[in-house]
Structure formats: C-alpha cells, structure tokens
Design a protein around this ligand. Structure first.
Ligand code: ADP
Ligand code: ZN
Length: 294
C-alpha cells in the first residue's frame, strides 16, 4: 500500500498528514510554525518515519511557482521573516529523496474541491478562504491557474461601502483591498471584538457580505467559474452565504445570463464540499501527481 504525505503549511501552524491510496487519513498532527531551523527537522522526521512515497505541500505564500526559476518552490515575501525566501520544496526533496510537489494552499484546496468536493464533474471552480487572510485558488479545465506568478485574489481592490466606519482598510500593502477590508482581523479591528463574537444581526455582516459579493462579482465577470466555494473561519457564519448570494445577484443586475446567478441559486456560491479537509486533500492530490509524474 502506498503512503502519501500531505503538508498544509500555514503561517501559524503546520498540519502534517499521512494518507493511503484510498484517500483515508491515517495520521494527522499539527505543530506551530516556528522558524525553519526548528520546524523543518520535525517535519522531515515525521514524513521520513512514516515512510511516505511522495509528498504534496499546500503552502502559504506568495510562492515562486515559475518552473523555469532557480528558486522554484520557495516562499517569497512573507511577514514571517524567518521563512522569507525559504526554499521549502527543495529542502524537502533533498532531505527525503522522494517526489515532492508544491502549490499555494488555496490552489491545493481548489484542486481538492474540483476532484472530490463541491465542484466535482465541473470544468472550473474558484475556492476562496476568508480567514486570517483572504486567498483564492482558481481551477480551469482541471488545472490550477498559476499565470505570471499565481493569483492573489485577496488583494483585489474594492469600492468601500458608505456605512463602513473603516473604509480605508488594513492591508499593509494596499489598505482597502479585499483582505484589508474583509479578512477576520479586519472585522476584529473595525468592530473591536473577535469576529466570532459579532452578533448575527450586527451591521458588520451586511458590510462583510457586501465585500464578499463584490469579490464574487469581480471573479464571475473575470473568470466565469462554474462554482464559487467560500471557506475559512469567517464563513463559519453560515448566514453569510445567503446574504452574499442575494448581493451578487443584485450587483450583477441581470447582466450575466445564467440562472445560477440571476435566481440567486443556493448551489452556485457554496461552502467547501470537502468540509475542513479541502487543504489536506489538495496536498494529497499534489503528492499523488508527483508520484505519477516521477
Ligand atoms: P487561517 O486563516 O489562519 O488558516 P481560519 O480560516 O480559521 O485560519 O481563520 C481565522 C480567522 O477567522 C480569524 O480572524 C477569526 O477571527 C476568524 N474566525 C474563526 N472562526 C470564526 C467564526 N466562527 N466566525 C467568524 N469568524 C471566525
Ligand atoms: Zn492587500
């Protein structure tokens, strides 16, 4: 039986899993993200001890994913300074001597949703996580889009809503981009309480839904994905889905001629079909592909 290593590399924690050929999660461990000198040896030992045949990494970014680049598979800019320019892919390859593959955490999640989740059987989907940050992975014709670097959907610019008491936003790079206006920390800074404590009838959620709907409007007009999947901690507030669907239909104003949108259908903008497992299953898919291609 083959064993696949799946790493969800995040800015606050690393989730390490072992899966078998049938996609069963056999082992799962989580460790805090400390500098590479501390965290890498622990992760290398873990995957070595479980004798994995290949490794897939869904990683926080931005990443260098240009196959022609000398630093392919490195983390580039990150506020986690110890990881800046860290060649995570080549370090694992050198240490483990097995096929290893990497993509952004959100591309990995989008691939999993396409293969096993809410977008099964479709040609395209967009996966967006609204958590500590906002990121999006786009799958078209079954492949994750990389393009020039890779999409940074969380940093698209939005028009602030009038009722927003903090319309300038909080992104250190762009201020009022999507992440600066609508990620969990933006909610917390704007309203002075953790996002999960904001009551359902608070105006905060109308403003949040407006920003998320603006993002969906932009994504629909730019890429026309067949499904939009919204995940991440903030989307645990499930009532947001209906608010977003209504606002997207309103915002597009009948222009996009698909009943999925004009009817505000509840199966177009949806939660992850893989539940909390989109990330791990995405890394697993990367591991499987790495082995097949080796
Ligand atoms: P990360 O993005 O770090 O991987 P999460 O997706 O869990 O992790 O996102 C964490 C963010 O989501 C935090 O800013 C937190 O305030 C927010 N969050 C977590 N749970 C909830 C909830 N139930 N309701 C609203 N916001 C939440
Ligand atoms: Zn930004």
């Amino acid at each position: 039986m083959l064993h696949f290593g799946a790493l969800e590399a995040g800015g606050t924690k690393m989730v390490l899993s072992i899966l078998d050929e049938n996609r069963q999660i056999l082992v799962r461990e989580s460790i805090p993200t400390e500098p590479p000198s501390v965290t890498m040896p622990v992760m290398i030992d873990f995957f070595r001890n479980h004798q994995v045949d290949s490794l897939g990494i869904g990683c926080f970014g931005p990443l260098d994913l240009n196959p022609a680049s000398a630093s392919y598979g490195s983390i580039t800019k990150t506020p986690k300074l110890a990881w800046k320019d860290y060649p995570i892919l080549s370090k694992f390859r050198e240490a483990l001597q097995i096929p290893c593959a990497i993509d952004t955490d959100v591309n990995a999640a989008a691939l999993a949703e396409h293969a096993y989740g809410a977008a099964q059987g479709l040609g395209s989907c967009l996966y967006v996580t609204i958590g500590t940050g906002i990121g999006g992975g786009l799958v078209i014709d079954g492949k994750a889009v990389h393009g020039l670097v890779h999409p940074e959907l969380g940093h698209m610019l939005l028009r602030p809503v009038e009722r927003d008491p903090s319309p300038d936003g909080f992104c250190p790079y762009h201020k009022g981009c999507l992440e600066g206006l609508a990620a969990g920390p933006a909610l917390e800074k704007r309203w002075g309480m953790p996002a999960f404590q904001i009551p359902e009838d608070h105006v905060a959620w109308d403003i949040e839904a407006y920003y998320l709907a603006s993002m969906c409007h932009n994504a629909i007009t730019a890429f026309s994905p067949e499904k939009i999947i919204l995940g991440g901690g903030v989307m645990h507030q499930h009532f947001l889905f209906d608010k977003v669907r209504r606002l997207v239909a309103q915002s597009l104003n009948g222009y996009i001629a698909s009943p999925a949108i004009t009817d505000g259908a509840n199966d177009y903008i949806v939660p992850p079909g893989c539940g909390e497992n989109s990330g791990v299953l995405g890394a697993y898919l990367l591991a499987r592909r790495a082995l097949e291609e080796a």
